[in-house]
Design a protein around this ligand. Sequence first.
Ligand code: IDC
Length: 477
Amino acid sequence: MKLLPRPLRGRAALAIGAVAALTLGGVAVIPAVTAAAATGCAVTYTASTWQGGFSANISIKNLGDPVNGWTLGFTFPDSGQKVVQGWSATYGQNGAAVTARSLSYNGSLATNASTTIGFNGSWTGANPAPTSFTLNGVTCTGSTTPGPTPTVTPTVTPTVPPPTDGTPVGINGQLRVCGVNLCNQYNKPIQLRGMSTHGLQWFAKCYNTASLDALANDWKADLLRISMYVQEDGYETNPPAFTAQVNNLVDMAEARGMYALIDFHTLTPGDPMYNLDRAKTFFAAVSTRNAAKKNVIYEIANEPNGVSWSTIKSYAEQVIPVIRANDPDAVVVVGTRGWSSLGVSEGGNESEVVNNPVNAANVMYTFHFYAASHGDSYRAAVSRAATRIPLFVTEFGTVTYTGGGTVDLASTTTWLNLLDQYKISYADWTYSDADESSAAFKPGTCSGSTYAGTAVLTQSGTYMRDRIRTPDAFPTG
Ligand code: IDC
């Protein structure tokens, strides 16, 4: 038999498929395999601008026939305008022309469906809104160019199914960074509130069925931070065992609908480069193993100290691709200078990050505080940074930076109100019975079997449980 040229064979197969569909179930359906589709799109562009930088959100509405995969095009009016870090799309820029390609989860746009993408940018001369948006090459005029008579009314399947259960992960699903926020599967900003483990090498006995049930059901926490020290008898002494322990806790959090923040707990030495090879090995393993899960967030360096932001950034830009190769859509949190103080504890401030962000999408930046040690000057830095870069308080204490001393509930309340205001997620140090005032449980609790209720709690634990168990009201609309 003489083979048909390739395109023809493809067409023939399609036609046969369509004809078969015609008779299915005796319902007359005219196949939608017709000529040119109706096209049209509307774009809303909003941006907040500051000196030299801006953050833009672009809402794209498909007014034409359903599309499966799209490219948005637009042109910057000023030659100094640049895309620095985008989200919810893959960006490219050539001169003034920008393209943003859809990702797997937002490529399908039914008729009249919308999706929102965005980016952080920089500018030099002026920062006017871009002009001439196109969707798959068609100019977005806000109206439709009809194709041939529409024949089939497509069934509009929502891109995101409604929540299957009422847990934090059940409601919010896969998270992503949008603008300066952590957003849920409905692209709405959310705040996760939860607890950090103590060092797994010392307090493994505190993490069991009963304690995690208490965290999920009694504390109603959204988040478990899994603190895997690298030094101090941690990961470096037995990589396979610590990796397995972390994975096990990821599963225990997932089973209870909680997010799991995998903390590569570097502390001393403060230079994350010291652990670069270990980080690559560890994150290759956990990102492969947990790629399909929706509840995992990666924290790649707990508290860099004594090193420049550019060193931390370079570390991040080597570790993030290792994670992305396996788990492309997970959020990654990057430590900051001066024990994750945005540089403040080493005489700097947030501007070093704002002006020189990590070159990767879907990234947030770590801020840590200890309420009895860190007051207004630190809060001022967070207030300034919160509208510029995505922040995640992956660790804080109600006490002094030593993990002990006074429990400062007044300062803690001021701090947490600030984090609530900006929807900054947080985890409190620690969900353990360590003999130090930052621990939530009284010493000896983890040798027993009761974790729920207040009888087992310290002053700090009592306060944190009250604070965390208030309703989340996650937005789903
Ligand atoms: C502390 C623990 C303490 C332990 C010490 C050294 O509470 O029991 O002996 O680490 O490993 C951090 C660190 C965190 C510290 C905590 C309190 O991320 O590891 O835990 N802290 O000092 N940064 C600021 C404070």
